[in-house]
Design a protein around this ligand. Structure first.
Ligand SMILES: [Zn+2]
Length: 135
């Protein structure tokens, strides 16, 4: 089991680094997520720390770039079309619906679009402090 999981993780991170020059990682609150029983099942088995470690060293070998989004950056709550930030978004809401511009998209795809836009705003490896919680 452990070897299969490790092998799978290496294949995933190698492919990610080969196919993308820049990778954005969300610095999620893993300890907090583990306290949530529903999330804990998924997070505990995967090894986020190891995933991030592999992405970082493989990216540096390949001459790519890792951008780390601050854990307070509202990637899920921000509308990737108009930039308005929702006050609240339940974990059970899998579809993002903007109250401002009626934009509708899968929750994870909306967050991914926001993180991709973040790359354009960031230079270097870490999120600039003034970008935290913006928009
Ligand atoms: Zn919107």
């Amino acid at each position: 089991m452990t070897n299969a999981r490790r092998d799978g993780l290496h294949k995933l991170t190698t492919r990610l680094v080969r196919e993308h020059g820049t990778i954005v990682i969300e610095n999620l609150n893993v300890a907090g997520m583990l306290r949530n029983r529903r999330l804990a099942r998924h997070v505990a088995g995967v090894g986020w720390g190891e995933l991030r470690r592999q992405i970082e060293y493989k990216t540096s070998w390949a001459g790519g770039r890792v951008v780390v989004a601050d854990r307070w950056y509202p990637s899920s709550k921000t509308c990737s079309a108009c930039g308005v930030v929702k006050a609240k978004l339940r974990l059970s809401e899998r579809t993002f619906r903007c109250d401002q511009c009626d934009f509708v998209l899968d929750r994870d795809l909306n967050a991914a679009r926001n993180l991709a836009q973040l790359v354009d705003e960031v230079s270097g490896r870490h999120v600039l402090p003034e970008l935290r919680g913006r928009r």
